[in-house]
Design a binder for this molecule. Structure first.
Ligand SMILES: [Zn+2]
Ligand SMILES: [Zn+2]
Ligand SMILES: [Zn+2]
Ligand SMILES: [Zn+2]
Length: 307
């Protein structure tokens, strides 16, 4: 009997852009695009003219320090919030969205060394019982979305809420350590498969969820982890599957549920092209779904090694 261990996790990468925004001073008389007044000196920004009074109103303001940014900045998180280079370099970043965590502006430092921005400092899930309820809700939503087809037969051993150290422990030997140091893995489902000859069976799984994650996001994480467990249970050779198939499938399931329940913010997070194989795998399966429907995706997901 050989023991195959597979641990699969979940991660989002920050959206990161470097944009150049340099208004050019014009000397000829022109009309301001905002107040329509003709003035002698103004600014040309992306082909539009502004008077000195109004140019500031169209320039990006730093999400954190609210300074008007006249040069380079970084567009952070799925909402592409502008962050000035000072705030980007001087401040720690939010474990969820990579926006600056500024203690003077509502940001917090968590006990395990993570930081949260002012948007994510409150409202995250910290009660283990609540996390279990969210997991059960994710399971119900998943069954509603897929008419019970994705229900798993093996019981889940435990759903635990952990801090980043607990998640690191769960991820040990799983290849998730690198992304964990970046803080973007929000959940890990431990899947243990046994094979003997042609027969494969699965031990009850443990799902580890990271604490301080907002409820809606945690629902998506739970659906993603649940999908991994179903996938492991229903694929003949799960231990041979490529990460793009595993993560792509888990993202596709989470995407379908988010779509069914109208969670556009979650869809926006999953459509972040910077999420690597999560995004690429999702896009491949969405394309497959357009051609062959949901049953076509489930067939490929449970028989193919990669996509
Ligand atoms: Zn995953
Ligand atoms: Zn004006
Ligand atoms: Zn700033
Ligand atoms: Zn944040």
């Amino acid at each position: 009997m050989s023991l195959l261990r597979r641990r699969v996790g979940f991660s989002y990468l920050p959206l990161l852009f470097l944009l150049l925004f340099s208004p050019a001073l014009c000397n000829e008389a022109f009309r301001c695009s905002l107040c329509r007044q003709v003035v002698e000196r103004g600014y040309n920004v992306n082909g539009k003219f502004y008077c000195p009074e109004h140019v500031e109103s169209i320039l990006p303001k730093c999400f954190n320090c609210e300074t008007v940014i006249q040069g380079d900045y970084v567009a952070v998180s799925a909402l592409k919030q502008p962050v000035c280079l000072n705030c980007r370099e001087a401040l720690p970043q939010c474990f969820l969205c990579s926006l600056p965590s500024d203690g003077h502006r509502g940001g917090t430092a968590l006990a395990d060394g993570r930081y949260a921005c002012r948007l994510h400092s409150r409202g995250g899930v910290t009660d283990p019982e609540k996390a279990r309820q969210i997991f059960q809700r994710a399971r119900r939503e998943l069954n509603q979305t897929f008419a019970g087809v994705l229900d798993i037969k093996t019981p889940i051993k435990a759903v635990t809420l952990v801090d980043v150290n607990g998640l690191k422990k769960a991820a040990k030997h799983s290849g998730h350590s690198a992304s964990l140091s970046g803080g973007k893995v929000l959940g890990i489902a431990t899947v243990v498969l046994f094979t003997q000859g042609q027969k494969t069976w699965m031990d009850p799984s443990t799902v580890h969820l990271l604490d301080h994650v907002p409820e809606t996001r945690l629902l998506t994480v739970c659906t993603h982890e649940y999908a991994h467990v179903w996938h492991a249970e229903n694929h003949q050779s799960y231990s041979q599957t490529q990460p793009i198939l595993r993560e792509g499938f888990a993202e596709w399931v989470a995407y379908k549920v988010a779509q069914r329940f109208g969670r556009l913010d979650q869809i926006q997070l999953m459509e972040n092209p910077n999420s690597g194989i999560y995004y690429q795998g999702l896009q491949k399966l969405l394309a497959l779904e357009r051609q062959q429907g949901i049953s076509g995706v489930l067939k490929v997901a449970t028989t193919a090694i990669s996509i």
